[in-house]
Design a protein around this ligand. Structure first.
Ligand SMILES: [Zn+2]
Length: 504
């Protein structure tokens, strides 16, 4: 190949180190072009990356384009100032050397010796280089993950991105911790992830829990990072928009064991599976006796609360809207039919139990809310509530699981054509009714002890009034049973006797 047939590309990179300003890069470019002219190669383009521009620090678009053009066979020579400028990190170094080997490309530098992949001997030394570099990368990764694990075993706060509520050194950030506490409180008293996300974003609505308004955490983090960058004299990076919170972020907060004081470590395999959130419990680091290791930081929520929240998140029924989740109406599934005692369903503007009762939703809800609010305002509220009964709570959990298992078995039998659709429906209705009853008992028991619920507030009536739909539903469920009776025909005004509210 004559020199003129060799197509030479120039690679330039403006990097963060101080001498490497625009001026420096212009000089690199002149050097490279002089080299190409002296060797009589044909210039085919300049690839320039700007590491200090705001594009995430991992991306090098021009470098990627250069690799692609090498793979496409458009380039015979790459000219750069020096190897570190082209390599930047070991992983990219390996990529460009391997591409150069495949396509017999010469990598040449204004400072330092060439990597000549146009000859067999050159390719061999490139081989050795990439083998060494690969090994270096692996050793480094292993060392890092060992160090992370060790930190966690000592209960020291993990390095890296700080979670909402904690500074990087593990100190509690008060106003954020307060928000975390309230997020746990809202979820465990029945608010949905969506309602919590909306409230954090500052949306208003009487069905939303009372939470402080916060910018999304990744926005806060970027603003903090930029403050550090500006102290170091570096350009700021773009800050994410002030978009609303999303339910999955709320879920991440509710799942994080650090808030309960557990030290965590995420093995690489877990990260690779992308199943981080579902396996939060598996990330709790344990000692030789299987006991969880506690971090040296202060917990933000207590262990019992954290565990209860995990149970609720794990509950497959949560997705299908049972007590306390994303129900749209106050009384559906909660109020009972006065004739047959089954839970009523919302039907348009009404609550209905087919063939038995049809009642105006608004009228009933207004009445029930008012009665409960007044009841909560009475001073003897605590007599109404049982104290927390841990063994019973455990029993309830097991009983609910048994009922769920029966539904699953029936489902399987139906799939195997052992039972008819009619039988499946009958079993499902029966088991769900039993679960409903247990759920209400569980709510009642746990509400009595929970400080975050309406009943633990100094002014329960006000807390109930301010509560979102989920909070109101679980409070009603904890305090009373509401039964709806048919409204006497012809009677125009609302007859309170047609609704029975039985206090527990
Ligand atoms: Zn009925």
């Amino acid at each position: 190949m004559s020199p003129e047939q060799r197509r030479a590309a120039v690679y330039l990179r403006i990097s963060q180190d101080r001498e490497n300003t625009r001026l420096g890069v212009d000089r690199h470019r002149e050097d490279a072009e002089a080299l190409i002219a002296a060797r009589r190669w044909t210039p085919v383009g300049v690839y320039e990356d700007n590491d200090i521009s705001g594009k995430g620090h991992k991306k090098r678009p021009a470098f990627e384009r250069l690799l692609k053009d090498i793979e496409a066979g458009h380039i015979d020579v790459v000219v750069a100032q020096e190897w570190p400028r082209l390599e930047r990190n070991r992983a990219d170094g390996v990529r460009i050397i391997e591409a150069a080997q495949r396509h017999h490309v010469l990598l040449t530098f204004a400072k330092g010796s060439d990597i000549d992949c146009t000859t067999a001997a050159g390719r061999l030394s490139a081989d050795m280089f990439s083998a060494i570099a690969r090994n270096e990368i692996e050793v480094k990764a292993e060392r890092q993950s060992r160090a992370q694990r060790q930190r966690a075993q000592q209960g020291r706060p993990p390095k890296g991105v700080r979670p909402l509520g904690y500074a990087t050194n593990g100190d509690v950030i008060k106003h954020e911790a307060e928000a975390v506490k309230k997020i746990y409180g809202a979820f465990s008293s029945g608010s949905s992830l969506r309602a919590i996300a909306a409230a954090l974003s500052g949306s208003e609505g009487k069905d939303l829990p009372a939470l402080p308004t916060l910018p999304r955490h990744n926005r806060t983090l970027m603003i903090e990072r930029n403050a550090r960058r500006s102290e170091e004299g570096l350009e700021p990076r773009p800050v994410p928009n002030d978009d609303p919170w999303v339910p999955s972020t709320v879920m991440g907060i509710l799942r994080n064991p650090r808030y309960a004081g557990y030290s965590t470590y995420t093995p690489k395999e877990v990260l690779a599976n992308g199943d981080r959130r579902r396996s939060w419990r598996a990330q709790i680091l344990r000692d030789d006796h299987g006991e969880p290791i506690l971090g040296q930081w202060d917990s933000i929520v207590d262990l019992a609360m954290w565990e209860a929240v995990q149970d609720r998140l794990d509950d497959p029924a949560r997705i299908t809207n049972r007590v306390g989740t994303d129900r749209k109406h106050l009384g559906s599934g909660l109020y009972r039919c006065g004739v047959c005692d089954k839970p009523v369903k919302a039907h348009g503007q009404r609550y209905r139990c087919a063939g038995h009762v049809v009642r105006s939703r608004e009228q009933i809800d207004d009445f029930v809310v008012e009665v409960v609010r007044r009841r909560l305002a009475l001073p003897d509220l605590h007599d109404l509530l049982p104290s927390a009964d841990e063994p019973r709570l455990q029993e309830i959990k097991e009983e609910i699981n048994e009922h769920r298992a029966r539904i699953h078995r029936a489902q399987r039998d139906y799939d195997d054509e052992l039972i008819e659709g009619f039988d499946l429906k009958r079993i499902r209705d029966r088991e769900n009714a039993a679960i409903d009853t247990l759920e209400v008992e569980r709510l009642r028991l746990s509400l009595g002890s929970s400080h975050t619920s309406v009943l633990g507030q100094r002014d329960p009536a006000a807390a109930f009034e301010a509560g979102d739909l989920g909070v109101r539903r679980s409070t009603i469920g904890a305090l009373c049973t509401v039964r709806l009776y048919p409204h006497p025909r012809g009677m125009k005004s609302f007859n309170p006797d047609s609704v029975s509210i039985m206090w527990r």
